[in-house]
Design a protein around this ligand. Structure first.
Ligand SMILES: [Zn+2]
Length: 145
């Protein structure tokens, strides 16, 4: 893992101060502030799947700072480019392998539904996660469809 110095993004709320949605965007019945919102506010993901869910929710609420700090420094793009034209409409976790408190790596297979310019689409991906400084980060993924 290259030993790169870890830079922490400041713990900040999403740039837009829109009202937080009532149910968590990731599909959990728990309200956003008690679920992915906790990770966005600086909480630590216990499992790779929790990080995956929080990253999906970060796309929904537009929390670029969270996407950046939950991304492996070697693979995080210089510009994330949250596209205002994409509306994320739902997440389904299909499989979660390894990625527990006892693992150093894991994969999460998911399907994320979106709408772009009125047309529905879905992102079907198997994402890889590892730990940097003990905390889960997203490395990269393979598109399955
Ligand atoms: Zn959530």
């Amino acid at each position: 893992m290259g030993g790169m110095a870890r830079r922490r993004a400041p713990r900040s709320a999403p740039a837009s101060s829109r009202t937080a949605p009532a149910a968590c965007p990731c599909g959990s019945p728990a309200p956003y502030p008690e679920h992915c919102g906790k990770l966005h506010a600086g909480g630590v993901a216990a499992r790779a799947e929790d990080l995956m869910r929080a990253r999906y929710s970060a796309f929904v609420v537009g929390d670029e700072a969270y996407l950046r700090r939950s991304w492996h420094p070697d693979t995080c793009p210089p510009v994330i480019g949250l596209d205002g034209g994409t509306r994320w409409e739902g997440l389904e976790i299909e499989a979660s392998e390894r990625g527990s408190a006892f693992h150093q790596d894991g994969t999460v297979t998911f399907r994320a539904r979106y709408r772009e310019g009125g047309a529905p689409g879905a992102l079907h991906e198997r994402s890889r996660f590892t730990r940097v400084g003990g905390e889960w980060v997203y490395v990269d993924g393979d598109f399955l469809d």
